[in-house]
Design a protein around this ligand. Structure first.
Ligand SMILES: Cc1ncc(COP(=O)(O)O)c(C=O)c1O
Length: 390
């Protein structure tokens, strides 16, 4: 069975009423027949039928054994970190999402958990960073915003040899584009706010584990700490997931056309998109991903922060906003938005130029999006204030 059919098959029909859409069980508690005797649900922090339906769907989607839905992507990351103890070490990709960096450095560091940041596209660097205290390897692939690609299968083999968990933040590829558990990872996390939700109307996170037992441990921490997804938001995610494959296929097609166009543009310096043969991770991405995704980053020849900041305010179809993965196209300036919490020096070391612009390609017509970018680039390039001295 093909992935889209399997996905739609996995969305249950309500047994009680036959409702084809998963009902929203907007209830905090469940009436019991006798103390401790219930229909499988007792309190909605622990379990809720709408959330449980979503959790089963995402577990199937990621080909894992357990899914757990959280109130945000960061809450999902936080629950995974609770597997660790004081003295444990994490080795993480250097081009990491700013919020994960902040959580590692400003919250978990004070509990004695330390993190080394390395270029995980280089297996030797990764190997050399491991110590007997390393308990977790943290990967984003493609990374945010330079779309670097790390070899999940090779790193999963290394993690197994060293008895270390491998967790992949699969937000950028989405489950339509990449299945890290099938490549050997132990845990997948998502900011479901992005492609899984797909409509920029919900903040949510999910964790999926390859083994049931690890999922049960994470679910224990969720219930103990409380960062659950509401029934309504669970419903929104299920509704979003129904069109996940279609959306990400269209977004990837459009993103490739935009990346190809930008790479020929005389004012553009660098284009970062794993679907371009010139991208250093192209062959690996073609091997481990089903789709190259809807995010494209680029920089102008005029390597000037102010020019980049000007450009992101004048596009018409690309709305200036944080986030990605929705049906409406977005544009962002990572250095002053999503990545502002990462110190400038560390950001630059990870290859994130201060003038870099990130696009999240939505479902508008590709030609309209290209025209929009061309007009914005022309406007900043021809404004004498921002003119390139070539
Ligand atoms: C790669 C990645 N992981 C995690 C998160 C955090 O997710 P949320 O904003 O849903 O908490 C984000 C948010 O931008 C992200 O881009």
């Amino acid at each position: 069975m093909k992935a889209t059919t399997k996905l739609l098959q996995s969305i249950p029909v309500d047994e009680l009423t036959g409702a084809i859409a998963v009902p929203i069980y907007q209830t905090s508690t469940f009436v019991q027949e006798a103390p401790g005797v219930n229909k499988g649900f007792d309190y909605s922090r622990t379990n809720n039928p709408t959330r449980q339906a979503l959790e089963k769907i995402v577990a199937e989607l990621e080909e894992g054994k357990a899914g757990i839905a959280f109130s945000s992507g960061l809450a999902a990351i936080d629950a995974v970190l609770k597997l660790l103890e004081s003295g444990d070490e994490i080795v993480a990709c250097d081009d990491i999402y700013g919020g994960a960096f902040r959580l590692f450095e400003k919250v978990y560091k004070k509990f004695g958990i330390s993190v080394k940041y390395v270029d995980t596209t280089d297996l030797t660097q990764l190997f050399n960073a491991l110590t007997p205290n390393t308990k977790l390897i943290w990967l984003e692939t493609p990374t945010n915003p330079t779309l670097k690609i790390s070899d999940i299968r090779a790193i999963a083999n290394l993690a197994k040899q060293q008895n270390v968990y491998l967790c992949v933040d699969n937000t950028f590829a989405s489950p339509a584009g990449q299945l890290p558990l099938s490549l050997g990872a132990d845990i997948v996390v998502h900011s479901a706010t992005k492609y899984i939700g797909g409509h920029s109307d919900v903040i949510a996170g999910v964790v999926v584990t390859r083994e049931k037992e690890l999922g049960e441990q994470i679910k224990f921490y969720q219930n103990a700490c409380g960062a659950i997804l509401s029934p309504f938001d669970s419903f929104l995610l299920i509704r979003g997931i129904e069109t996940l494959h279609l959306r990400v296929q269209a977004q990837s097609r459009s993103a490739l056309a935009i990346a190809e166009h930008l790479s020929q543009h005389p004012e553009v310096d660098q284009v970062y998109y794993p679907g371009l043969p010139s991208h250093p991770g192209h062959e690996l991405a073609a091997r481990q991903q089903k789709l190259f995704g809807g995010v494209v980053s680029f920089s102008l020849k005029d390597d000037n922060v102010d020019t980049a900041r000007q450009l992101v305010t004048i596009t018409q179809h690309f709305h200036l906003a944080e986030s990605l993965g929705g049906v409406k196209s977005l544009v962002a300036h990572p250095a002053s938005m999503t990545h502002a919490s990462i110190p400038a020096e560390r950001r630059r070391q990870a290859g994130v130029k201060d003038s870099l612009i990130r696009l999240s390609v939505g479902l508008e017509d590709t030609e309209d999006l290209i025209k929009d970018l061309d007009a914005a680039i022309a406007a900043v390039a021809h404004d004498p204030q921002y003119h390139i001295n070539s």
